[in-house]
Write a protein that binds this ligand. Structure first.
Ligand code: 1CP
Length: 343
């Protein structure tokens, strides 16, 4: 069913709105005191993500505070490795740690059949949020794209050395192919589960898509993400956004795929170039440097207005080019929403 009543999904279906819908990556998170209060109850971040009541609460916090047009499910891209059976921990001040790092032996032991059972609390979070969210607000479900999740599984953490992952791709292509195939299956099932539980749109985060040669970008980022989108579409009718962060000119390859309804652009992509080169993408989203929201004031306002002017006559969703950082003042976010709504 097409949700024309929601500005966010109507843009993903191809409508241009004079005032674009707004939401922000990492709109729930450490910059919000009400988030930190709930976070403090959970020593384990994974347990927090799998606690439907608290995950639903923090999903809704930015809607209450800023009245943005979409809520993003509170979860993490690393729940898939957790559900498959790799140990995932979040260490304060250090970010995620996955142990042991993935090997052929570990892959053999992955419990692929039970992954969606482990992830069932996430589906419950989705149902709870959808039951509470006003009908004109969209709920975005998400997952990491296979290459980005594989990067964490191989390195054991965010990639300190992208060369090590690329070396493994060249040295053991069969292992990478097997890992990608496991991730395509698990991610497609997980996203279908989120859509069936009530997500209005889905987003695939390919945060480590940058810095790859074209053939690897096609093989590791685009092909698996398109395959996931194809499987999701076969099962459910929800729009899909893809975010190949840092892909530069290779964004044109993603724009040419009709598997995606929208492309999220990062802040390193020139907006003018994106407007002219990515015409085949139904909708574009994003582009503002999240550090300008830390700064606030005139610099933030000028950059936001440039984006609004550049994308005024095409389907566009306002967002940053990456997530908010913890030092973002919430009042700058409120000001940014006001600027966009009064443009
Ligand atoms: O201490 C804390 O509270 C942890 C901070 C945090 C939060 C709020 C993490 C750890 N994950 C999340 C939630 C989260 N992660 C959401 C939902 C909330 C929202 O956006 O409002 C989403 C969509 C993600 C997605 C995610 N997790 C990505 C893709 C987007 C991106 O930022 O590029 C990635 C790469 C992760 C891994 C991850 N999880 C957490 C951290 C600190 C990281 C990044 C580590 C690194 O830089 O390598």
């Amino acid at each position: 069913m097409v949700s024309w009543d929601k500005p966010f999904t109507s843009v993903l279906r191809g409508q241009s709105l004079r005032t674009p819908p707004i939401w922000f990556m990492r709109q729930a998170g450490r910059y919000l005191p009400e988030y930190r209060a709930v976070r403090a109850k959970h020593p384990s971040f994974v347990d927090f993500c799998l606690h439907p009541e608290d995950a639903a609460e923090v999903t809704l916090q930015p809607i209450r505070r800023f009245d943005v047009d979409a809520a993003i499910l509170f979860a993490d891209i690393l729940l898939i490795p957790h559900a498959l059976g790799q140990g995932v921990r979040f260490v304060a001040g250090e970010g995620p740690l996955l142990e042991p790092t993935v090997t052929r032996e570990l892959m053999e032991r992955f419990d692929r059949a039970s992954a969606n059972t482990v992830l069932a609390p996430v589906f419950e979070t989705v149902s709870r949020v959808r039951a509470t969210l006003p009908k004109e607000k969209a709920l975005i479900g998400f997952a990491g794209a296979p290459w980005t999740v594989a990067t964490y599984m191989i390195n054991g953490q965010g990639t300190k050395d992208p060369a090590a992952t690329r070396r493994l791709v060249y040295a053991d292509p069969a292992m990478i192919e097997q890992l990608m195939s496991i991730l395509v299956d698990a991610t497609a099932d997980y996203l279908i589960g989120q859509a069936k539980a009530g997500a209005d749109a889905l987003k695939l985060f390919d945060s480590w898509a940058g810095g790859l040669p074209e053939d690897l970008f096609r093989r590791l980022c685009l092909d698996p993400s398109v395959e996931i989108a194809r499987r999701v579409r076969e099962a459910v009718d929800v729009p899909i956004l893809y975010f190949p962060k840092g892909a530069g000119p290779l964004y044109t390859l993603a724009a040419a795929q009709d598997a995606f309804d929208g492309l999220a652009i990062d802040h390193a992509l020139p907006p003018r170039w994106a407007k002219d080169a990515l015409t085949s993408a139904t909708a574009l989203q994003g582009g503002l440097d999240p550090l300008l929201v830390v700064q606030g004031g005139d610099a933030m306002e000028r950059a936001a207005k440039t984006l609004l002017e550049t994308f005024a006559d095409r389907p566009y969703i306002f967002n940053c080019g990456h997530g908010f950082v913890p030092e973002t003042p919430p009042e700058h976010v409120a000001e940014l929403v006001r600027i966009i709504r009064s443009f």
